[in-house]
Design a protein around this ligand. Structure first.
Ligand SMILES: FC(F)(F)Cc1cc2c(N3CCN(c4nnc(C(F)(F)F)s4)CC3)ncnc2s1
Length: 490
C-alpha cells in the first residue's frame, strides 16, 4: 500500500500557506504529484467551509495566506487515502491486466465501472461540491467531471501513467495508450443521455459539435490534472455568496500553478484566475484583463481557436465594467469560434451562454446607452459591425446543423438591437463576402457568408446587401414562427 507517510510532516494543515506548501512539495519533490492526496485535501477544506460551516473557523479571519482554515488532521486524510487505494485495488483484478506497459480500453472501462457502480443510486448530479475524491469517499457522490477525475486518479494508483484527463469546455474523458492516442468515455454528459462509457470520442469529434471541440480538448499531464483539481474548487456557499477562505485558497493555488507554467495549456483555469483577480486583485500581479487576453492567446495558438469560453470570460468582464464596445468585440470573436461547429443537443451549455448574451446582455446594453449622448456606441459603425459579426456567426453555427438554433425569441431582440443604430451608421459598413462553394447537397444553394464585416467611418461606401444572409435567416425564423414550428428548446 503506497503510503503518504512522507507527507505527514505537512499535517495538521491549519492555513492556506500550509496547503500551498503541500502542493509545492507534490509538484516539485514527488516523482509525480499524488492526485488522490491533493483532491482529498482540497475537497475536505471546501466541504468543511461550504457544506457544514458550523464553527470551524474563528469569527475574524485575515485575508492573507495566513488565512485560517479548518484544521485538517493527517489521520482523517490518511484514512480516506487508504480507503480509495483499497477500493481500487480491491475491485480491479489486476491478474487480468498483468504486466501491461500501457492501459487498455478494457482496463479503463473496468476502472470506470468500479467508480460508477459505487456511486449513490440517485442524487442531484449538478449540485456543487461533488467534484472531489473527498465527496466520493465520504458520500459516494461525484459530478460528471469528478467521475472522470476519479478514473484518472485510480489509474495513477494502479500504475498506468499513460491514462490522462482530456477536458473540453463542458465534458471530460480520458486519453491513454502508447502515444496517448486512444480515447475513452468514462463518465456521463448532460441530462437524460445514455452514457457512452468505454467508447472512443471519435464520433463526437466527427459530428463537429462544440462538446468535443473538434478534437482540440485540453490533453492533461499530471500537472494539468492538479490544475484541474484546483480549478474545480467551488467556493460557493449559496447562490449569492462565496466562502472567502476557499476563494483565497483557490486563487493562491492557481497562482502557484501559473508560476510553474502548469496553466499554460489550460485557458479555462486562467479564466477562473481572472475572475478571482477581478473580485480580489493580488498586489504586484498582472491585471485580470491581461489574464483574459492570455487565455485567448493560448486558445488561438494551442487549440486552433476552437474554444469559446476565453472570449466569453473576456466579454463578461468588459460587460461588468461597462466597456460595451469591447464586450461586443469579444462576443463577436466567440461567435467566430462557434460558426466552426454544428449545433447538436449536446451543446446546450454554450447555447444557453450565447442566448443570454443575445437576449439579455445586449438588450440591456441597448437600454442603458439609449439615453446617452451622441458619442454613444449607437453612432459607432465598428460596434454595429461587431454585433453583425456576432449574429452572423450564430446563423452560420445553425447552418448545416440538425437542430435549429434561432427561433422567434431571438429575432425580436436581434431586430430591436439592429434598429437602434442610426441608418447613416448602418450605411457606413463595407461588407466583403466570398461565395463559399457549398458541397453538392440537394437543398443547399451557394451560401454567401460574411467573410468580413469591416466598418469605416468614411461615408464613401454604400452598404452591399450581401448581409442579406442575415436577413434571409431572419425571414426563415419569421416564416417558421408563422407556421408554428417553433424551436423545441423553448
Ligand atoms: F470537465 C468538465 F466536464 F467539467 C468540463 C470542464 C469545465 C471546466 C471549467 N469551467 C467551466 C467553464 N466555466 C466558466 N465560467 N465562466 C465562463 C464564461 F462564460 F464566463 F466564460 S465559462 C467555469 C469553469 N473550468 C476549468 N476546467 C474545466 S473542465
Amino acid at each position: 500500500m503506497e503510503s503518504i507517510a512522507s507527507r505527514e510532516k505537512f499535517f495538521p494543515v491549519q492555513d492556506i500557506s500550509e496547503v500551498v506548501q503541500l502542493f509545492e512539495y507534490e509538484l516539485e519533490m514527488n516523482k509525480e504529484p499524488d492526485l488522490t492526496l491533493l483532491s482529498i485535501v482540497v475537497g475536505s477544506i471546501e466541504n468543511l467551509l461550504t457544506c457544514n460551516r458550523s464553527n470551524v473557523l474563528p469569527e475574524q479571519n485575515d485575508v492573507t495566506s495566513c488565512t485560517k482554515l479548518p484544521v485538517i488532521d493527517f489521520k482523517i486524510v490518511n484514512a480516506l487515502y487508504k480507503k480509495f487505494h483499497s477500493t481500487i485495488k480491491g475491485y480491479v483484478d489486476m491478474s487480468q491486466f498483468a504486466n501491461l506497459k500501457f492501459a487498455t480500453r478494457e482496463l479503463v472501462k473496468r476502472v470506470s465501472d468500479v467508480i460508477w457502480n459505487s456511486l449513490t443510486r440517485s442524487y442531484y448530479k449538478d449540485r456543487a461540491h461533488l467534484q472531489s475524491l473527498y465527496s466520493y469517499l465520504t458520500g459516494n457522490k461525484l459530478d460528471c467531471f469528478g467521475v472522470a477525475f476519479a478514473v484518472v486518479a485510480a489509474c495513477q494508483i494502479l500504475g498506468f501513467n499513460d491514462v490522462h484527463l482530456a477536458l473540453s469546455e463542458d465534458h471530460a474523458w480520458v486519453i491513454f495508450g502508447e502515444n496517448s492516442c486512444e480515447t475513452a468515455e468514462v463518465t456521463w454528459h448532460g441530462k437524460g443521455n445514455e452514457d457512452k462509457r468505454g467508447q472512443s470520442v471519435e464520433p463526437g469529434i466527427a459530428s463537429k459539435c462544440w462538446l468535443y471541440l473538434n478534437g482540440y480538448p485540453v490533453r492533461c499531464n499530471r500537472y494539468t490534472e492538479v490544475a484541474s483539481i484546483v480549478s474545480a474548487i467551488n467556493p460557493s456557499l449559496n447562490v449569492n455568496n462565496d466562502a472567502m477562505e476557499v476563494a483565497l485558497l483557490q486563487q493562491q493555488l492557481l497562482w502557484l500553478l501559473y508560476d510553474k507554467g502548469h496553466l499554460s495549456i489550460y485557458p479555462m483555469a486562467i479564466g477562473n484566475l481572472g475572475d478571482l483577480e477581478e473580485v480580489n486583485p493580488s498586489p504586484d500581479r498582472a491585471h485580470c484583463s491581461v489574464l483574459f487576453e492570455e487565455a485567448i492567446m493560448i486558445a488561438r495558438t494551442c487549440y486552433k481557436n476552437m474554444h469559446v469560453y476565453p472570449y466569453t470570460y473576456q466579454g463578461g468582464y468588459f460587460y461588468r465594467h461597462s466597456r460595451y464596445k469591447e464586450a461586443f468585440e469579444s462576443w463577436a470573436n466567440a461567435s467566430d469560434v462557434l460558426k466552426q461547429y454544428n449545433y447538436t443537443r449536446d451543446d446546450e451549455e454554450i447555447y444557453k451562454e450565447v442566448m443570454e448574451i443575445a437576449n439579455e446582455l445586449i438588450p440591456h446594453i441597448m437600454k442603458v446607452v439609449s439615453g446617452h449622448s451622441a458619442h454613444s456606441i449607437l453612432k459607432d459603425p465598428e460596434c454595429f459591425a461587431h454585433l453583425l459579426r456576432f449574429y452572423d456567426g450564430i446563423c452560420q453555427w445553425e447552418e448545416g446543423s440538425q437542430t435549429p438554433v434561432l427561433h422567434i425569441g431571438w429575432a425580436k431582440p436581434l431586430v430591436n438591437t439592429i434598429s437602434k443604430f442610426d441608418s447613416q451608421v448602418r450605411g457606413q459598413l463595407i461588407i466583403t463576402s466570398e461565395v463559399e462553394s457549398a458541397e453538392d447537397d440537394e437543398n443547399c444553394n451557394n451560401v454567401s457568408t460574411l467573410k468580413g464585416i469591416v466598418a469605416t467611418t468614411g461615408d464613401e461606401q454604400k452598404v452591399r446587401n450581401d448581409w442579406l444572409n442575415l436577413n434571409t435567416n431572419l425571414a426563415k425564423i419569421e416564416d417558421s414562427a408563422e407556421s408554428g414550428n417553433l424551436h423545441p428548446n423553448i
